[in-house]
Design a protein around this ligand. Structure first.
Ligand code: ADP
Ligand code: MG
Length: 480
């Protein structure tokens, strides 16, 4: 997106259409809410309206890009509602923001249209956040502690690393074991939980230490504010007395050039000063899209710990612990069922459990496997991985080392017939296809052949440990 050429007089001639603009902003504010309005829209100004084109300015490049991609269409639509003559809308970067003395920005009189004071009236520069313990506490979820974190194979490295950081930061010598700690993994697997746990630990054991925990979005917001009112130098200064800086979900920073740049500088300065940094993202540094190369490599300097998708054992452990915490007697069967079925992430697992708890409290008696199934029908359906018959055939053929073509061939030698039967059995178990449909997929076989195969495999599994294991393994592979 190129910046249109522009000519700006220093003293603004009153722009026609300002009243319209005010109403447009009002409308949009109602739609997006106060927070988004303050973050993204409040600082926009009308530059000019000219031959059907409305030009508005944003204070920074980043803000300009954000507004252009997220709000420009809506702004134009609303504006046209006010003034049909407007055909186009451009967002440009404000020419040169005169460096405002800090005081000036702060003392401006509050007034209904005084945006500057509205922004400075926001609580908390970063340093205020660090100093105001209440602020950090308010941002931390009291449930997200190490005590409440269940450790299993998928998260043991991330957990151990988080603990080391917490202990290092809380120790009198403030030993930084690795810097940064980069935690990554899919949604709902415990990244935020671990970061909060670190903060809680440091709070408990070394209350004098300054800890900042920010979502990447908050970080960007603070940064934009700093650009608007102070120099970026000040922004960095704000971190100076911070002992531990944690930024959650940095994938939201990637691709946003100026914020990234600032993040990079801040990051380097802090590491150089021996401050601990913890970062989380949904991907590894090398897979984060839109990240500058030097940023990528720098992020990978410390310890990179990934959280893997949950296993059955971990899910069961989490359920047991949560049920215990809530003093509930959940039948083991129900917990096993949930752990088996809700495989997406821990957040959904908790959601399922909470629903069951609510139901138990409501009806005042224990839940059965059947009622759990009924209650969670929608969730269960969403968690069903859609396995196709093709996938099953391929996986089974590979597993038993037969050609894929044997799945549909008419050869009856046991060496190929047995794998074919296993595939039919799994097709019946893992898909919602009918017997005739399955038969068709296996070289046009009759539905009775499929039925026979299913029965046969069921019988065999009961007595043949090796085959039972094969089938179980295949099932897991296909469903994971
Ligand atoms: P992420 O930040 O990775 O998206 P969260 O940290 O928000 O995930 O975790 C989602 C939910 O799952 C939270 O309620 C959290 O407490 C819970 N959770 C995740 N992993 C565990 C775990 N190992 N033990 C206990 N609870 C967990
Ligand atoms: Mg999170």
């Amino acid at each position: 997106m190129g910046e249109p050429a522009r000519s700006k007089g220093v003293d603004d001639v009153p722009t026609p259409g300002i009243g319209e603009w005010g109403r447009v902003l009002e409308r949009l504010k109602e739609e997006v809410g106060d927070t988004a309005y303050r973050s993204w829209l409040q600082s926009l100004r009308v530059e000019r309206i000219d031959a059907g084109e409305a030009v508005i300015t944003a204070p920074t490049r980043f803000l300009r890009n954000w507004v252009a991609t997220h709000y420009a269409d809506r702004l134009l639509t609303l504006w046209r509602g006010e003034n049909p003559a407007i055909a186009r809308l451009s967002v440009i970067v404000e020419a040169h923001l005169p460096v405002r003395p800090r005081e000036e920005a702060r003392v401006e009189k509050p007034g209904p249209s005084d945006t500057a004071s509205a922004i400075t009236a926001e609580p908390a520069s970063l340093i205020e956040i660090a100093e105001d313990k209440g602020h950090l506490l308010a941002a931390l979820d009291p449930r997200f502690t190490f005590e409440n974190f269940i450790v299993g194979k998928p998260n043991e490295l991330a957990h151990a690393a988080a603990r080391r950081v917490a202990e290092g930061c809380a120790s009198p010598v403030h030993a930084v074991p690795f810097n940064p700690l980069f935690l990554y993994g899919g949604v709902g697997l415990g990244k935020t939980h671990l970061m909060h746990a670190i903060a809680w630990h440091v709070r408990m054991h070394a209350p004098a230490r300054k800890v900042i925990y920010l979502s990447a979005e908050k970080f960007m917001y603070q940064f934009i504010r700093a650009l608007r009112f102070r120099s970026t130098m000040d922004f960095k200064d704000q971190f100076r007395s911070v002992d531990l800086l944690m930024i959650d979900d940095v994938q939201f920073i990637s691709g946003k050039e100026s914020t990234q740049e600032e993040f990079f500088h801040t990051f380097n300065a802090l590491v150089d000063q021996g401050r601990q940094i913890v970062i989380s993202a949904d991907k590894s540094p090398s897979d984060l899209a839109g990240l500058e190369e030097r940023m990528r490599s720098r992020l990978g300097w410390g310890l990179v710990a990934d959280i893997h998708p949950t296993t059955y054992e971990l899910r069961l452990g989490i359920l047991q612990s949560k049920a215990e915490q809530s003093d509930l007697h959940l039948p083991q069967k129900v917990m096993e069922f949930l752990a088996h079925k809700i495989v997406s992430n821990v957040r959904e697992l908790e959601g399922a459990l909470n629903r069951i708890i609510a139901q138990m409290q409501l009806i005042g008696r224990a839940i059965t496997l059947e009622s759990a199934q009924e209650l969670l029908r929608d969730l269960l359906r969403a968690n069903e991985r859609r396995v196709t018959i093709d996938e099953i055939q391929k996986q089974v053929a590979e597993h038993f080392n037969v050609k894929m073509a044997e799945m549909t061939s008419s050869r009856r030698a046991r060496i190929v017939a047995r794998p074919r039967q296993v595939a039919m059995y799994l097709a019946k178990q893992l898909t919602s296809r009918s017997l005739p449909e399955i038969g068709r997929k296996f070289g046009g076989r009759d539905h009775t052949t499929v039925m026979h195969a299913v029965k046969r495999i069921e019988e065999l599994i009961a007595g043949d440990r090796a085959l039972a294991e094969d089938v179980e393994l295949l099932r897991r592979m296909l469903q994971s």
